[in-house]
Design a protein around this ligand. Structure first.
Ligand code: HEM
Length: 145
C-alpha cells in the first residue's frame, strides 16, 4: 500500500496548485467585477473540488493502512504521540476533512447564487478558508524528505 502514500504525497502538489489557482481566479473575478463563465470559472472550481475529493479518499485509505495513521494511535496511545506524530495521526486528517467540507459547501452554494459577483465571492471565501486550513496542517518536514 506504499504506492497510495506516494500518490497522496505527489497529488498534494497538484491539489495545492489547483486550489491556489482557483482561489486567485475567484478573487480576481470578484474584485475585477468579471462575469462568471461556465467554460473557465466553473471548470476551474470544479476541477479543484474533484481533485480535493480524490485526495480526501486516498488520504482516508492511507490513514487506515499507514503506520503513521490510526496505527500510531493504537500502538502508542494518544498521550504517547509527540507533536510530529500527532500531526499525521490526528490534526492533518481531521482539519483536512473539515477543509474539504468547506470547499464542498463553497461549491454547492456558489451554484445557488445568480450573480457573478456572489459566485466569485462564495468560491473565494470557502475555497480560501479550506486552502488556509490545508496549508496549516501540511507535514512540511516529512513531505520534503
Ligand atoms: C487536500 C487535502 C490534503 C493534502 C494536500 C494532503 C497532503 C499530505 C502530505 C503532503 C503528506 C506528507 C506526505 C509525505 O510524507 O511525503 C500527507 C500525509 C498524510 N496524509 Fe494527507 N493530505 C490531505 C488530506 C488528507 C486526509 C483527508 C487524510 C485522512 C483522512 C490524510 C491522511 C494523511 C496521512 C495518514 C498521512 C501520513 C502518511 C504517512 O506518513 O504514512 N490526508 N498528506
Amino acid at each position: 500500500m506504499e504506492i497510495l502514500q506516494n500518490v497522496h504525497s505527489y497529488l498534494a502538489y497538484v491539489v495545492l496548485a489547483v486550489l491556489i489557482f482557483a482561489v486567485f481566479n475567484a478573487l480576481i473575478g470578484w474584485l475585477g467585477k468579471k462575469e462568471f463563465t461556465m467554460e473557465k470559472d466553473l471548470r476551474i472550481s470544479l476541477f479543484a473540488l474533484i481533485l480535493s475529493h480524490i485526495q480526501l479518499l486516498i488520504g482516508l485509505i492511507v490513514y487506515f493502512v499507514s503506520p503513521n495513521g490510526l496505527k500510531a494511535i493504537q500502538v502508542l496511545g494518544m498521550g504517547g504521540l509527540n507533536s510530529a506524530a500527532r500531526l499525521l495521526a490526528l490534526e492533518h486528517p481531521l482539519i483536512n476533512i473539515i477543509a474539504i467540507v468547506l470547499i464542498t459547501i463553497g461549491w454547492s452554494s456558489h451554484k445557488k447564487k445568480l450573480e457573478s459577483k456572489a459566485k466569485f465571492k462564495t468560491i473565494t471565501i470557502f475555497y480560501g478558508l479550506g486552502l488556509l486550513l490545508i496549508l496549516s496542517q501540511i507535514p512540511w518536514a516529512q513531505w520534503f524528505n
